[in-house]
Design a protein. Structure first.
Length: 407
């Protein structure tokens, strides 16, 4: 987490914690290693107690605003110590123990940051875990450690270290990460929200299409009909005038066709259907007022709805680059890996992009959320800005499309 401070709690504990997670295939830790993990737990008891007390005191004092700085410091510190225990639990059990904290956007002011902490269920689960860790968890880790160092209990340690430490790890996992039921409830909630958002978005799109047809093509076609009717009545009395009206009607017909093409492009651009999202994004880049480099690593094509959603999301991001960033160059990186379609849109502009301040970025999030997609924005003041769009999907029709930079 970007809001977790760097803390030192002792060399031995840090070495053990650093050894706990890893990219190598998991193997059940031996008894001595489990005892080292127990020692790491014991070394972290005092910091856990300190962070727990200060977090509670800060929460009480926050009523009078005095405790806000305390929470600002020690809620992230509590998350840091909890994450160390998640790593140890993952090493013991051989399964990930994700944190699931709600993200805190960069640059969030103190009161808003504290509000995000307070509304995050994981903050309260961390507090409950610290209380349990300081009691039952402490007893289990201490027992494992003492069974080894007390000579007469060596046999008990040999047979008891593994079940005791696995019980401790399961206790940590139960409190420090959401269970299956919790995740299903969250999933239902997210699906309910995204479905409602998608319905609203679809209704808004229908109204936009109706408005574009009414104000554009329909108005031109009505004018064509009126011109042709008037020309018909003038053919015998004023042929030259009738011929001019027919010419005007033909010009209006061309304009109506242009309006219809614009509406169609707004629904599903022909270049997207013909060349896929890679080619369509390249076409967007060519129309940009600044050099845009497009890199793509797509061994196939995503489903059409996902492809369309990602295309319009990238188009909105590039439009924002052209309007607001003041950038000299930009880039788009399209790739598919581990079942996720990812588009990264970056620029070297002034930064300071905030999704909460613009309806365009809100529309991007709404469009992607219908497909379980996400958007992350990193845009510090003075730049650079990097927007990461992700949508889980599978690719079809494998083929290789070369990268094509511009600029």
């Amino acid at each position: 987490m970007d809001d977790e401070p760097t803390l030192e709690i002792g060399t031995s504990a840090d070495e053990v914690v650093a050894d706990a997670p890893g990219a190598v295939p998991w193997a059940p830790p031996g008894r001595f290693k489990l005892t080292l993990y127990a020692g790491a737990h014991l070394l972290m008891v005092l910091p856990t107690l300190l962070f727990f007390v200060l977090s509670v005191v800060g929460g009480v004092l926050s009523i009078a605003w005095v405790g806000l700085p305390v929470l600002f410091l020690f809620v992230p510190a509590s998350r840091w110590i909890a994450t160390r225990h998640r790593n140890l639990a993952a090493a013991i059990l051989g399964t990930p123990v994700p944190a699931d904290y709600r993200p805190v956007p960069e640059g969030t002011h103190l009161p808003n940051r504290i509000a995000i902490y307070a509304l995050d269920p994981m903050t309260w689960r961390d507090l409950a875990w610290m209380l349990v860790s300081l009691t039952a968890g402490f007893v289990l880790s201490l027992l494992t450690f003492l069974l080894l160092v007390v000579i007469v209990t060596g046999a008990l340690w040999w047979y008891g270290a593994e079940p005791i430490m696995r019980a401790r790890a399961r206790l940590d996992r139960a409190l420090l990460s959401y269970g299956t039921t919790d995740r299903l409830e969250q999933r239902v909630q997210v699906l309910t929200e995204t479905r409602a958002s998608s319905i609203d978005h679809s209704a808004a799109e229908m109204r936009r299409i109706e408005r574009d047809l009414h104000d554009g093509a329909q108005a031109r076609l009505v004018a064509v009909g009126m011109s042709l009717g008037l020309a018909e009545s003038l053919f015998e009395t004023d042929p030259e005038r009738a011929q001019q009206l027919v010419s005007d009607a033909r010009a209006a017909t061309s304009g109506a066709l242009g309006d219809l093409r614009s509406v169609v492009r707004g629904i599903h651009p022909p270049v997207l259907a013909d060349r896929g999202i890679g080619g369509a994004v390249e076409a967007l880049a060519l129309d940009m007022p600044i050099p845009v480099t497009v890199m793509q690593y797509l061994p196939g094509r995503p489903p059409a709805p996902v492809e369309s959603a990602m295309y319009f999301a990238v188009a909105e991001c590039l439009a924002n680059v052209g309007k607001h960033s003041g950038a000299q160059r930009a880039w788009v990186d399209l790739r598919h890996a581990d079942g996720v379609l990812t588009a990264k849109v970056g620029d070297d502009g002034a930064g300071g992009a905030d999704p909460a301040r613009g309806t365009g970025m809100t529309g991007v999030m709404r469009r992607l959320s219908a497909f379980d997609g996400t958007m992350r924005v990193s845009s510090p003041e003075r730049g650079p800005t990097l927007i990461t769009l992700e949508v889980p999907c599978a690719l079809s029709s494998p083929k290789t499309t070369p990268s094509s930079p511009k600029g």
